[in-house]
Write a protein that binds this ligand. Sequence first.
Ligand code: URP
Ligand code: ZN
Ligand code: ZN
Length: 471
Amino acid sequence: MGTLIKNGTVVNADGSKKTDVLIEGEKIAEVGDNLNATSHTVVDASGLLVMPGGIDVHTHLDMPFGGTVSADDYTSGTQAAAIGGTTMLIDFVLQSQGHTMREALDTWLKKSDNKACIDFSLHMAVTDLGPGDGAQGLREMEEMVAEGITSFKLFMAYPGVLMIDDGLMFRVMQKAAKLNALCCIHAENGSAIDIVVAQMLTEGKTAPHYHALSRSPKAEAEATHRAIALADMAGASVYIVHLSNAYALDNLKFMQQRGAKALAETCIQYLVLSIEDQMPGKSWDEAKYVFTPPLREKWNQQPLWNALQDGSLVVVSTDHCPFRFADQKELGRGNFSKIPNGGPGVENRLQILWHFGVNAGRLTPEKFVELCCTAPARIFGMENHKGSINEGLDADILLWDPNADYTISAATQRMATDYNMFEGWKVKGNAAKVFSRGELVVDNTSQPGKFLGATGRGRFVKRGANAGGLA
Ligand code: URP
Ligand code: ZN
Ligand code: ZN
């Protein structure tokens, strides 16, 4: 006995078709026309799109940062994701300096144990290769790949906390090239930014607005170029995370055109929010939008949309790193550099990208699926499990209602923050039903905003090493 989804339109990255989908157990058993309904539970998907569940490759759950811990743990964060139509996350493990990657991984596996509600994987943020020539850390990279952690994050920002120098970055890139692993880069020139931050604070520029002004788009552009050039020298594939502005994009394209193995994502906030609209410098409320890289001037949005269309940007993620406004953002009142960096978004990624992308005529439904589901699965080494509606893959399936009207609000969200960056926005298009490995875990048509599955049912997914699909 399976679950047969009838009367919907299956949308994959390579095309759409009105056809049926049969789920048996945890897998997609068959995709085909007029499948026999005998002995199956039929789900009527009339008027709905049958898409792969979303994959958000950039989240920070239960993460110590900025003197506090991100507000969503693995339970609230994964449930919020599912309610918004996302069925898989890749979260970041942070290695602490002086500690091994193995210790960091164990810490993160404990955080997720019995808590994750949808499937998840992990990137390893490398901050330390150990004593001497780093042989111990480089060996650990091999162990991580054997564990299915096939992407390494390198921070070029946050000096004294997470930032590494170019030498360490280069050694990790050389090793990643040998392992077919992918290097994910936070590209900002942290040293230059820290000087500007100190100068601004000395001048009494302490409001949240100055966080945005202290982190020049050029600091991101320079680091983007440097990271890709170093990766190119090392023969490694890189994936630039949260690319936010046109200068950085120019540098990405320049290196792509010269054959560098460079991919990049942007995040929903950079496509629809701006300094002018959200951070004009008028109030403390703007702390809600303090994240890194910061919001940019509005004119940067169109080049980012263009880059999604022309393929120079390949994924849209969230960089979901939630902090409550009332008590956590408060840590930086009077000094913007102490505001915990990050914003919530995992629940709203698909709504925002559909409304401002597909409804606005900027993206086709197929491109939407490519950016949110299929490319993330391919680039991060799990296309044999997730990311499309194909026989044999996990039945992570999203029934999407393109006509659903939805008003985004912190009052109704599952995310643990006391605010939403898109508060009061009315969008058209929302998740109707969500299946995770064949189980109906969200039904927004009958029980909106509720997670229906058991807490802790999410599994760690081991990923393959495929150098971002570029090898
Ligand atoms: O502000 C942000 N983005 N916080 C999370 C850490 C990071 O840089 O991705
Ligand atoms: Zn970052
Ligand atoms: Zn991040």
